[in-house]
Design a protein around this ligand. Sequence first.
Ligand SMILES: Nc1ncnc2c1ncn2[C@@H]1O[C@H](COP(=O)(O)OP(=O)(O)O)[C@@H](O)[C@H]1O
Ligand SMILES: [Mg+2]
Length: 253
Amino acid sequence: MKRDLLKVVNLTKSFGGVRAVDEVSFEVAEGEFLGLIGPNGSGKTTTVNLITGYVKSDKGKVFFKGKDITGKAPYAIANIGIARSFQMVRPLYQLPAFKNIVVALRSPRVMKEIRGGKYGELDDIAIDLLEDVGFERDSFVPYKLASALPHGYLKRMELARCMALRPDLYILDELFSGMSMSEVAATMFIIEKMKQGGKTVIMIEHRLRELFRVADRVLVLNFGRKIAEGTPKEISESNEVKKAYIGVEVELA
Ligand SMILES: Nc1ncnc2c1ncn2[C@@H]1O[C@H](COP(=O)(O)OP(=O)(O)O)[C@@H](O)[C@H]1O
Ligand SMILES: [Mg+2]
């Protein structure tokens, strides 16, 4: 049995009268690929915000590599090895795409490894990372201001930014939303490579067909509560999960 990389215990958060996250507990083992699904408003993003320090919990604990990291600031969490992408992209719009990646490369976590690099080395690494997520290398695209990039590029830049941090855990929040079909297919190829490379990933995704292809285990939230947990096959056959999705246009893969 591999050790738990992340352990979440009884996480709870209310906004006014809404219990966005309600006593949620789960673990992610090293090298595991966990899918996190649930209807809109079921508390997925809030769960990610609680883990990564963007929102303070009312109750509950987050452990990473056995250490209590509850309530730590987002930069501290990134620096100990959790990288998250944002469902609603928030790039540095006034910077060129590759400089957005350089900012991530400048985190203490990465600089420890590439200290003493040659002038311009970070720019080169950033452009390589953008090429990995499908930015055409011999074009002007990596040099364009983030504000001039189409949404699908910004979503893929989010993934490159996460990869730049060389994290031990990736949390991807609806990475595919707003991408074209061909962008989804190309990004899925990267996700499959990450899985083959043994990366630990929590992936929030509405495209269940794609998600179920890579997920080892799937956790389902509904109204802030964990209502099911199991293999993609178990989840796609669960009546309780189907009930939670009634009225929502999803086809359980
Ligand atoms: N900052 C916030 N202030 C008030 N309510 C919020 C805030 N963030 C989320 N919520 C509410 O919490 C619930 C869960 O939202 P969210 O975590 O974004 O769900 P999901 O990501 O599953 O769609 C929703 O009812 C949402 O309106
Ligand atoms: Mg969300």
